[in-house]
Structure formats: structure tokens, C-alpha cells
Ligand binder design. Structure first.
Ligand SMILES: C[S@@+](CC[C@H](N)C(=O)[O-])C[C@H]1O[C@@H](n2cnc3c(N)ncnc32)[C@H](O)[C@@H]1O
Length: 836
């Protein structure tokens, strides 16, 4: 790398290049271009024009397939690079072409898949002159490319954004199927360079020589009518890092600085010219003015690549200059622009202020929305990582009112819901909180993508919530013993407090009515009580008038219930609820209905989310029960894994309880039930141990699991990286053939691949429990013998197999003589070999 001074030393890419051992910071430009367009990995022959000191060659060697040719050419010598060839040549000269051809023959290359060009002519002088010779050099590179590039090949070149830029583009578009323009991040924004890629070379049989003739190509054509671009308010004005847009012409249109400063329509000038010049005499005082900084001059050079901020900067500069120069200008009669208007400076101020306000408000709004969204995402992520279920009721994801029919007070609301008015109102009210300098429609469109995503998420949450709510509803409908008990307690309590509560309820109703202030009834709600509270008897009768009871009575089911007995026991010793109890339960249910009808004028069919602690405790209880049963089953199953215990359990299962005897005397059944319960095959301790195991599993935080997984992944990546490096170093070696390189790399990757668990075959022995385990396969003796006899029956097989079966026979013999155990053990091993 040459000498680097001043601020360039602090440059990120300069430092990165040093760190990675690249010879120039330009290497990063190729790295970034290749990352975007991936042209190196498929190139088996690369020609790098103007390659010194060799940064691009280094990158190419790293990224092309092993054994590819990378040939670098430059006016100055290039220090040798492993895996690349370099020559000293002028790419504009015909000798260069001959040298390249010769080298291609030596390396057995018929054409290059990729031609790179990062040339900068070593000419000093005016910028325009430099830009022109740069682009002329590009055309020389294109010429070479047309001679050496394979069909469908790629050409990458550096171009200066100047008046010839579009001519270069035009030329490349004739030769390539697709032309892409890019300015990689490593290319300084202050630099006029830009990179153009010609993709899929058309390889035409004949090329019009004028296309590659610089004089002809750069001489220009007829200027088409220019359109005025609204640089501030029209379409989004971005910095054109990709160069001029399609359809923009190469022609320059220059306005004098004086015209721009004193014009009544500065925006029109900015939108219609390509540069502002200071060369004419009227502009000289402007050029020399202290307000005209180097930056301003630089901006004025090429307006087509400026962004909104740059235009704002120019407008500010114009305004300040007008202020500074206006007394002199006013006296100047040759300027028609100033005197006409009463206060043009004020007018500009207004435009600028308005513009500023607009931009700030827009930025603020965008930032706020982004922040909100990222906050929500972070929260979701954290919850997911901790394994906590996302509570849709939080964070405003869920509006409680949304599912409440009572929020619809009247027909008006219903109509509003129907026509989505409610939604719009919500949006409007939310929007009205935000600063209102911008029109809502504009904001809406800018954040469309975000809101779309949000809506999707909202829908998903809603779905989840509805599923949960439905499950809760089903659980509640089915009811548990505990719930019934609670209902009974509530009923008893209610009986006691009936009188006083009734009064309270009436007050409550009054209040709510007042609060609503709307006597119109919700059209979705039907008042079932007609203003009258039904009596207990009425409700009981209503309940028993349901079809299901009629059927039961018809089928004689209700005869089972004896009103005199406190408790009935069925033939299997199970408790039967008495009719009195059924009625009591029904009354409890009925009292619940009364409660509901008392508490409200109307009732909602939509179940309210379970939030009270009693309900939570009930779900906890049922969960406990579940865990208890699960623990018992698993403890039992664990025991059954052992043969002896399994047989014991199975034997124990044949007992008197399995016969379901009929006609036993009542006292006997009662005694049996009280004093003779079937014994469980597992002890309390075993169940407790299983429960403890569950708890331990539950306590394991999801985060830890995720961390462990990430650790594993990181380790695998590190391993892969190491192998990749090793493979690279193998491929860099010049003294090994490509084939053996390939084999070595293959072996490297094979070694690194996760190993399959090895199988071990174990012979099952009669009456002896064989310990299975990870990777162990239990085979039976018959199978082993069959395998061995199959081996015997094939005499032509390899000696190794023969030897093995002989050994197996020997093992059997010795087993007979010297002890059963050892003989069998050996056989087991042989079977393993034979099987494998
Ligand atoms: C910016 S440097 C190239 C840097 C290179 N891509 C790298 O990554 O190291 C431009 C090179 O173009 C070379 N050059 C300029 N005109 C040339 C020509 N006519 N023939 C060959 N090389 C030329 C210069 O000698 C200079 O080394």
C-alpha cells in the first residue's frame, strides 16, 4: 500500500484492509460488490485490469474456485500473489492483448468468465480532464473485455460520474444483457467514482467499431427536453448513490450562480439544471464570498447526485447570500429580480421554515412508530425466551371493550361497527394525538408496511386469545366437582344475604343507568327476564322442563334416584347423586342465573376472562390433579420397564376387583369399600419422586435451553471456520495436484461431520436379562445361528469372514468345555461381527 496520510489513516476500510492483509483499501469495494452480485464464486478465469498493487487480485484468489486463473495487469509491477499471475502492461496497447493471449494458452484458458477494471489514469490536472480520461480508460477495458470475455461472462468497472457517464452506460447496455450500477460502502461518498457491472455478456459476432470509439461515443447527441424535478417536495429525493437514473441524459445544463441566487424560482432551477457555475462575471462576487464554501462549490458541480439535505443546504446558502448581497444588488439596475417583490427574503424564509417543519415532523413521527414497534418486539421476544405465554390483554394488544357487547349502547353504535366507523374513529383519535403539521394520508402511506405487519401480529394474538377463551368456556361448561361445590357455597351465602344484596343491586343498576345516560337498549342483547326476577321454583321447573330430563324420565333413568336416601351406591360401588342433590345443584345453577339477572339488566353470552383468584386456584387444583395422575402413571411405567416388576404388576392385576361381582350384600360392599382398596403398584414416595422430576423439568428456564443451543451452534460454526481455513490453505498450496487437494479437503469435511452412533449387537440369552442401552440392538439366538449358517453356506467368501465363523465355532466348543459364560460371551461378539 502506498503512503497514506491524514484522515485516511483513520478510515475504517483502510484499517480493515491492514488487518486482513489486503494490499489496498479498494479490496473492500470488490468484497462488497461480490457479496451483492456473487460473480467471483463461479469464475474459473479472472482478468484484473489495472490491478496494482493487487488488492482486488487477493480478493479474487480467495473467492474463486480452487484451481482458477487470476491474471492481473498493470502499468506498474505487482508483487507476487500466491495463486495469481501478474504482468506489466498498458491495457491500452495492442501488446497487452498479445501477452494475455499467450498466457491464456499457457494456462489452458479459452476465455475469461470475469473481467475486472479498477483503473485510474495517472493524469493530474482539472477534474473534468481526469474524469474524461478515466472513462476513456473504461472503454479501453471494455475493448479488452469484448476480446477475452466468455459468453454470459461478467464485466465490472469503475466509472467517474461525469458527462460521459451515460455514454459508458449506453455502451455496456449494447454488450450485456443486464447492466447494474452500485456504489459500495467502501467507496467514499466524496468520490465521484461508481461501479458499473455488465452481466451476461451477449458476445455479439460483430461489434460496431463506433461503439468502442471514445471520440464517437463521448461526442454527445441531441439534447432531449428536460423535465423540471421538484427537488424538495415531489417524489422522495434520495442521494443518487447509483448514479443518474435511467432515461437521464448525459448532457449538462448549467445555470450561473448569479441566476440561481437572484431567481424568483430557485427550486425550478435546481430541478432543471445539472450544475451551477461560478465562471461568468456576474457570479464572480458570489464565488469569492465567504458564504460560498468549498462544500457549496462541490455541491454545485453536480446537482443530479444530490439528496434533499444537499438541496436544503444550497437553498439556505442562497438565502444568506441574498441577505448579504441585497443592498448592492438592489442598486444594480441590471438585476430585474429583486426589486419587483416586496420582501423575497421573507418568502424564502417561509419556504425554508415550512420545509424544515415538515421534515422534522415526519422524522419524529417515523421515529416514534419505530420505537414503539421495536419495544413491542423486544417484549415479545423476552417473553418467548422465558417461556412465558404472551398475555394478549397487556400492552394494549387487546381492548377489553372490544369483546364486550355492552360497549354497544344502541343502534347507532351497531351501525358504526357495521360500517367500520368505530375503527376509523379510533385511528383518527389516535392520529389526532400526533403532531398535526403533516397530512394524515401521507403518514399513513409511509408507514403502510409497518402497520400491515402489526395488523398481522394483532390478528394472530386475537386468534390465540379466542382459542384460550373458548377452552376456558368449555372447561367451565363441563364443570368440576370443586366448581360445583363453590357454586353451592355461593348459593348458601346468597340465601343469607339475599335481602340486603337485592337493595344493593338496585342501586347498582341505577348508577349504571345514570352513568350510561342512554336509555336506548343494545340491539344485540335480549332481556330475558322482562323486568321480573323469576322465583326459585320457576327456575327449577324451567330447568327440569328441558328435553334431556324428559328423555331421562321416559327411559326410567330418574327412577334410579331415591328421594329418601342420602346417598345411593351403584352396583359397582360408586356413589350416585340423590335426586335431592341433583335438585340442590340445579338450584345452585339457578341461583347463579338469578345473580346474573340481578346484577345486570342484560347478560352477555360472551364469557368474561377468568381473573378472580378463586378461579385461578381451581385451575391450579385441576393442574395438580393432572400432575398427580401423570406422576402415578409414569412411576408405574418406569417400574414396568423391569421385567420382574412388570410381571409382578401384571400378576397383581388378576384380583377380585376385576370380576365386578354382582348381587353382593350391601353391608359387604360397604365394608369392602371402606377397608379394602386395591393396592397401587407404586408407593407414595415413588410418585413424589416423579413429581419432583416434573418440577425440575418445569423449572429449567427456556432461556437456558436456548443458550445451550446457541453455544452448540457457535461451537459448530467455529469448527466449520477452522476447517474452511484449513481447506483454503490446502487449496493455496501449489506443489500438490488438484485431485489430491480435493481429496484432502473432502477428508477434512468428512472428519468434521457429526458421527452416527455405532450400533452394538447383543445376543439375547434365555432367562437372562439383557441390558439394552444407547446404540445397543438386541438380537435373538436364532437369528444369530441363521446368520452363521448362511456364512457357512458361502464358501467362496473372504478369508476374514471364514476366520470369523471358525472362531465362533471355537468359541462354542470352548464354551461347552470350559464354562458356559465365557463361550456365550464370545459368541455374542461374533454375532456382532457377522451381523455387521
Ligand atoms: C486504483 S488503482 C487499482 C487498485 C487495485 N484495484 C487494487 O485493488 O489494488 C489504479 C491502477 O490503474 C493503473 N493504470 C492506470 N492506467 C493504466 C493503464 N493504461 N494500463 C494499466 N494500468 C493502468 C494504475 O497504475 C493503478 O495502479
Amino acid at each position: 500500500m502506498g503512503k497514506v496520510k491524514g484522515k485516511h489513516r483513520l478510515d475504517k476500510f483502510y484499517r480493515l484492509a491492514k488487518e486482513h492483509g489486503y494490499r489496498s483499501r479498494a479490496s473492500w469495494k470488490l468484497v462488497q460488490l461480490d457479496s451483492k452480485f456473487s460473480f467471483l464464486r463461479s469464475s474459473r478465469a479472472v482478468l484484473d485490469l489495472c490491478a496494482a498493487p493487487g488488492g482486488w487480485m487477493q480478493v479474487a484468489v480467495q473467492r474463486v474456485p480452487v484451481g482458477s486463473l487470476v491474471l492481473g495487469i498493470d502499468l506498474v509491477p505487482i508483487a507476487p500473489i500466491r495463486g495469481a499471475v501478474s504482468i506489466e502492461q498498458d491495457i491500452t496497447k495492442p501488446e497487452c492483448r498479445a501477452r494475455v493471449k499467450k498466457l491464456m494458452g499457457e494456462h489452458g484458458v479459452r476465455a475469461f468468465d470475469l473481467v475486472l477494471h479498477d483503473g485510474s489514469p495517472n493524469v493530474g490536472g482539472a477534474w473534468a480532464q481526469e474524469a474524461m480520461s478515466q472513462n476513456a480508460l473504461v472503454i479501453d477495458a471494455v475493448k479488452l473485455a469484448t476480446q477475452f470475455l466468455a459468453p454470459k461472462g461478467t464485466f465490472v468497472t469503475k466509472v467517474f460520474r461525469s458527462q460521459d457517464y451515460n455514454s459508458v452506460l449506453y455502451c455496456l447496455k449494447q454488450l450485456f444483457e443486464k447492466v447494474e450500477v452500485d456504489k459500495p460502502a467502501a467507496s467514499r461518498s466524496t468520490s465521484a467514482e461508481i461501479f458499473v457491472l455488465g452481466l451476461k455478456y451477449k458476445a455479439p459476432a460483430k461489434i460496431d467499431p463506433r461503439l468502442l470509439d471514445v471520440k464517437h461515443l463521448f461526442q454527445g447527441a441531441i439534447e432531449p427536453p428536460r423535465k423540471v424535478v421538484d427537488v424538495l417536495r415531489g417524489t422522495k429525493q434520495k442521494r443518487h448513490r447509483d448514479g443518474y437514473e435511467d432515461g437521464e441524459t448525459i448532457f449538462r445544463k448549467v445555470s450561473s450562480a448569479a441566476d440561481f441566487i437572484w431567481s424568483e424560482s430557485p427550486l425550478e432551477i435546481l430541478g432543471s439544471v445539472t450544475s451551477i457555475s461560478f465562471e461568468d462575471p456576474a457570479s464572480l462576487p458570489i464565488k469569492e464570498h465567504s458564504l460560498t464554501t468549498e462544500e457549496v462549490k462541490h455541491l454545485c458541480e453536480d446537482l443530479r447526485v444530490l439528496g434533499k439535505q444537499d438541496f436544503k443546504h444550497l437553498l439556505k446558502w442562497r438565502m444568506q447570500l441574498r441577505k448579504a448581497l441585497s443592498p448592492t444588488k438592489k442598486t444594480d439596475s441590471s438585476s430585474p429580480a429583486v426589486g419587483d417583490k416586496e420582501d423575497p427574503v421573507d418568502e424564502d424564509d417561509k419556504i425554508l421554515n415550512e420545509m424544515e417543519e415538515l421534515t422534522y415532523a415526519m422524522d419524529r413521527k417515523k421515529k416514534r412508530q419505530k420505537k414503539l414497534l421495536s419495544k413491542r418486539r423486544a417484549k415479545d421476544k423476552a417473553r418467548k425466551a422465558l417461556g412465558v405465554q404472551v398475555d394478549v390483554m397487556e400492552d394494549g394488544y387487546m381492548d377489553h371493550e372490544l369483546f364486550s357487547l355492552s360497549s354497544i349502547k344502541g343502534k347507532k353504535d351497531l351501525v358504526a361497527v357495521d360500517s367500520n366507523e368505530l375503527d376509523e374513529e379510533n385511528v383518527d383519535s389516535r392520529n389526532s394525538d400526533d403532531e398535526g403539521t403533516l397530512k394524515e394520508s401521507e403518514e399513513q402511506s409511509s408507514s403502510d408496511a409497518d402497520s400491515e405487519e402489526e395488523r398481522k401480529r394483532y390478528d394472530e394474538k386475537m386468534e390465540e386469545f379466542l382459542d384460550e377463551a373458548y377452552e376456558r368456556f368449555v372447561a367451565r361448561k363441563e364443570g368440576s366437582t370443586k366448581q360445583r361445590k363453590r357454586a353451592k357455597q355461593a348459593y348458601e351465602k346468597d340465601q343469607l344475604l339475599e335481602g340486603s344484596e337485592n337493595e344493593d343491586m338496585i342501586h347498582y343498576d341505577d348508577d349504571s343507568d345514570k352513568a350510561d345516560g342512554d336509555n336506548e337498549l343494545n340491539p344485540l342483547m335480549v332481556n330475558l327476564d322482562n323486568g321480573e326476577v323469576p322465583t326459585q321454583e320457576e327456575i327449577t321447573n324451567k330447568w327440569f322442563s328441558q328435553d334431556i330430563f324428559a328423555e331421562a324420565v321416559e327411559g326410567g333413568d330418574l327412577e334410579k334416584y331415591d328421594s329418601d336416601d342420602e346417598m345411593q351406591i351403584d352396583q359397582r360401588g360408586k356413589e350416585l347423586p340423590t335426586l335431592a342433590k341433583v335438585k340442590a345443584a340445579t338450584q345452585v345453577a339457578a341461583s347463579d342465573t338469578i345473580q346474573a339477572s340481578k346484577k345486570r339488566d342484560d347478560f352477555e353470552i360472551v364469557p368474561a376472562p377468568a381473573t378472580d383468584s378463586s378461579e385461578e386456584s381451581s385451575s391450579d387444583d385441576s393442574e395438580d390433579e393432572d400432575i398427580g395422575t401423570k406422576a402415578e402413571i409414569l412411576a408405574c411405567a418406569k417400574k414396568m420397564l423391569r421385567k420382574k416388576q412388570r410381571e409382578q404388576i401384571l400378576d397383581d392385576a388378576y384380583n377380585k376387583y376385576m370380576f365386578d361381582d354382582e348381587g353382593l350384600p350391601e353391608w359387604f360392599v360397604d365394608e369392602e369399600r371402606k377397608h379394602r382398596q386395591p393396592m397401587k403398584p407404586v408407593t407414595k414416595e415413588e410418585i413424589a419422586a416423579m413429581k419432583a422430576q416434573f418440577k425440575e423439568i418445569d423449572a429449567r428456564p427456556a432461556k437456558k435451553v436456548a443458550e445451550a443451543k446457541a453455544r452448540k451452534k457457535r461451537a459448530a460454526m467455529r469448527k466449520l471456520d477452522k476447517i474452511r481455513k484449513k481447506a483454503n490453505s490446502i487449496s493455496d498450496q501449489t506443489d500438490i495436484s488438484d485431485r489430491s487437494k480435493g481429496r484432502m479437503i473432502d477428508q477434512l469435511y468428512k472428519k468434521a461431520a457429526p458421527k452416527k452412533p455405532q450400533r452394538e449387537y447383543v445376543v439375547a440369552k434365555k432367562g437372562v436379562q439383557v441390558k439394552g442401552g444407547k446404540g445397543k440392538v438386541v438380537v435373538d439366538r436364532r437369528m444369530k445361528k441363521d446368520a452363521r449358517s448362511r456364512g457357512k453356506g458361502k464358501p467362496g467368501k473372504g478369508g476374514l469372514k471364514k476366520g470369523k465363523s471358525a472362531k465362533a465355532r471355537a468359541g462354542k466348543g470352548s464354551g461347552k468345555g470350559s464354562g458356559k459364560g465365557s463361550g456365550k460371551g464370545k459368541m455374542g461378539n461374533k454375532a456382532k461381527g457377522g451381523h455387521a
